[in-house]
Design a protein around this ligand. Sequence first.
Ligand code: NOJ
Length: 561
Amino acid sequence: MEKSWWKESVIYQIYPRSFKDSNGDGIGDIKGIIEKLDYLKKLGVDVIWLSPVYKSPNDDNGYDISNYQDVMDEFGNLEDWDQLLHEIHSRSMKLIMDLVVNHSSDEHAWFEESRKSKDNPYRDYYIWRPGKDGKEPNNWESAFSGSAWQYDENTDEYYLHLFSKKQPDLNWENPTLRNEVYKMMAWWLDKGIDGFRMDVINFISKVPGLPDAANPEEKAYVGGGQYYMNGPRIHEFLQEMNKEVLSKYDIMTVGEMPGVDAEEAKLYTEQNRGELNMVFTFEHMDLDSGPNGKWDLKPFNLLDLKENITKWQTGLQGVGWNSLYLNNHDQPRMVSRFGNDQEYRIESAKMLATFLHMLQGTPYIYQGEEIGMTNVCFDTIDEYRDIEILNMYKEKVIDGNMDQNKVLESIYVKGRDNARTPIQWDDTDHGGFTSGQPWIKANPNYKQINAKQAIQDPNSIYHYYRKLIRLRKENEIIVYGEYELILAEHEQIFAYTRSYHDEKLLIVTNFSEEQVEFVMPKDYTFTPNELLISNYVLEETEAKRTSFTLRPYETRVYKGY
Ligand code: NOJ
């Protein structure tokens, strides 16, 4: 298998609005990030992925971009950004930027032109259609509730927006638009960035004709994903982008791809196809959703996770490359979702980190994960800020008749604001995030859970992450070893091995709060030499055993042969 720096790296995601405020306006900013670079260096991460910092009216916190080549005022300016890049590189870290080109903001100059008239040169940069029988052109639902079409009186047509109505979809069928995007990408790459995370990049090719989606229950609007996820020209567009731009630089790319499966991911990530390095799958994020989507809560089942992770690990082995994540700015906090954020917060956060970092692929840490930040429960809807939450609440509670508490409950479990509360730096007001009023309230548990405390405590989650990252640097097997699942049917233990040359790793994780017996399968030979890491203190004699009792959320990693 070919070696690459981005396979050996650990990536840390910054959601700038919530990371660190340097000027007291309550909003995180670029100077705030610079203040914390030494903290990240000490943690050991190699690459920083910066969620969007471009000019934006912030309908969707920067994922609605009005100028791709400038910085949002609240975050600073281009000079601050240049300094950020310089400071990152001078610490031998790398920077990847978020590329959001499935859609722009409706306040982007292209869209302002496009909506002026049907013969405007920018008209075809977006997807405009006349209505059908006095209604929208088709029945697709927006990811943020309601129709995916917005009527524009000016030209008596509708434009497509798969996200909010302030995020019109760009028309990738138009070669002039594609070239503009490539030019913009090259402009950032020429400044010296190290790659891109590409927002919903597998949505850019829509099925011609934009057909209605099947609607057996006769709902007002339905998901049209099959007509735009992994669409007919997607591989062609990505290969063109690669040829025109990406291939000219030593960079890494990761495409965010709802609706991608492991088979399709091979096409996106196989090296000689010239598309991307990695994709973000959503399959493991959907395991706790019922048939009606993310707000339809369903208990998470370990056997489903095993089956899914194994499919990706074995599917991409030797072909493409996995990205490894359990949370980000769109997902609830991993310790609240897959662990226990009360009694076993520390144990379960360490167990989940071990589980993830020992898989084959590049691990992504989402800000605050390294100190075990948890979900938040605000008492009222007014405390929430996320457009997805607010639109859904309006549709279900204000316009519909659903029980408010039931809807709030689903927000507590799945809402994106769980991940967007300010980073808890210390135990002062608002967790030390800002000297002013934060744009979204801090999680009240900042007095107990904060970075200052974590740095001082040698047994903290933070120091455990440092060790995990260090182990990756010291053991090539953690990066390149081949994965094999063992104990496939066990309902509490997720155990797997990694093999590389004549070495093996055994990774054992207890996903439950019960004591469980780990017994090595009879047909598997493994002789341990060394315990690499564990989240409980173990007696010396324990370290050489391959059958043992696991305590709640216990994890162990052995090296041997
Ligand atoms: C995915 C991003 O991660 C999310 O935050 C955003 O709302 C949508 N794409 C639209 O850009």
